[in-house]
Design a protein around this ligand. Structure first.
Ligand code: HMG
Ligand code: MG
Length: 306
């Protein structure tokens, strides 16, 4: 088995997590969450997205959040940029507030592409092309997401060939890394393996990550099978926050705390302090007035209380 000894987690809680929250979350709380995540040892944080505030009002304070975070050396801060308008907004700030990495997000399903970013898959690639050119020109890393890589809320099951097709299109415009996303959290391990395999037909093992929502409680199993394939990078969300406003019924990403607990239990290094991560999850959950959606966090918090 090719199990990695080290795993990199990108905490997408401030972006994927909070984008789906109806109640306004002040920029200061988002900034504090980023600070707590980096204090817990996260080296990759997806901070916000430069999308239309009419579509996703919660991310409307993107520039403010990017301006207010106190950056820590060695941490990579990423943002979503679906088009040049978003890229220009991300670059309008002083250079020290630029993202280190941008994320363009395509879908393996035409229907989801239309609902999420209001264009076809082919059109989305044309919109991303100048975004990638600008990122390369400014020395900013480029990650791509492939949404609905296993299933789509509108089209149902998605064939792995579609993941391969989108991965090829993304590679063609200079995207350096792809995240294979189970947007609605319905995939089971073998389906996950097939989708990852399709991406691995185009991208190197070091340039593919898993992004698993946990609606049906399968995300840890999906993470394990990905690890067995040698995949060592995952997007996870503190306190299991998350969901996409254009994927009804989908719940959050797999909780970072649960993945860290599993990895450490397997002797796999993450560089993350689980206790501090749990504190970060508790902080944002308290603000949202709910319990962290993480079994590991719940267990540790009960133990601390008890
Ligand atoms: P559009 O309406 O097709 O864009 O939206 P447009 O170019 O026709 O412009 C329409 C209006 O939007 C104009 O304003 C533009 O200025 C404005 P108006 O003249 O009407 O006042 N606009 C923008 N404003 C700010 N920032 C921008 C921007 N672009 C246009 N970047 C667009 C296209 C992509 C913008 C829109 O569909 C959108 O914002 N969608 C939101 C998508 C989103 O954020 N989804 C959630 C994140 S993806 C996700 O969660 C999946 C992921 O986690 C992986 C997984 O789990 O699958 C990554
Ligand atoms: Mg997502």
């Amino acid at each position: 088995m090719n199990m990695p000894l080290k795993v990199k987690l990108v905490d997408v809680g401030p972006r994927d997590g909070l984008q789906n929250e109806k109640q306004p979350v002040p920029a200061s709380v988002k900034v504090e969450l980023v600070h707590r995540l980096q204090a817990a040892g996260l080296k990759d944080i997806e901070v916000t997205s430069f999308v239309s505030p009419k579509w996703v009002p919660q991310m409307g304070d993107n520039a403010q959040v990017m301006a207010q975070i106190q950056r820590q050396a060695g941490v990579r801060y990423s943002v979503l940029t679906p088009n040049m308008k978003g890229m220009e907004a991300a670059l309008a700030a002083p250079r020290d507030q630029w993202p280190d990495e941008i994320v363009v997000f395509a879908a393996a399903s035409e229907a989801f592409s239309q609902r999420n970013i209001n264009c076809s898959i082919a059109e989305s690639i044309e919109r991303f092309r100048p975004v990638c050119e600008a990122a390369l020109a400014h020395n900013i890393a480029i990650r791509g997401a492939i949404s609905c890589a296993m299933a789509c809320p509108y089209e149902g099951e998605i064939a792995p060939e579609r993941v391969g097709m989108v991965a090829r299109l993304l590679k063609g415009i200079g995207v350096q890394h792809v995240g294979v996303a189970d947007t609605i959290g319905v995939a089971t391990p073998l389906k996950t393996q097939r989708a990852l395999d399709a991406a691995l037909g185009i991208y190197d093992i070091n340039d593919v990550s898993g992004h698993f929502h946990d609606t049906y409680g399968q995300a840890l199993g999906n993470t394990l099978i990905a690890l067995q394939m040698g995949v060592w990078q995952f997007d996870t969300s503190v306190a299991g926050l998350g969901g996409c406003p254009y994927a009804k019924g989908a719940t959050g990403n797999v909780a970072s705390e649960d993945v860290v607990y599993m990895l450490h239990g397997m002797g796999i290094e993450t560089g993350i302090d689980l206790d501090k991560l749990i504190d970060a999850g508790k902080f944002i959950s308290d603000f949202l007035d709910r319990k962290p959606n993480s079994r590991a966090a719940t267990a540790v918090l009960n133990k601390r209380a008890g």
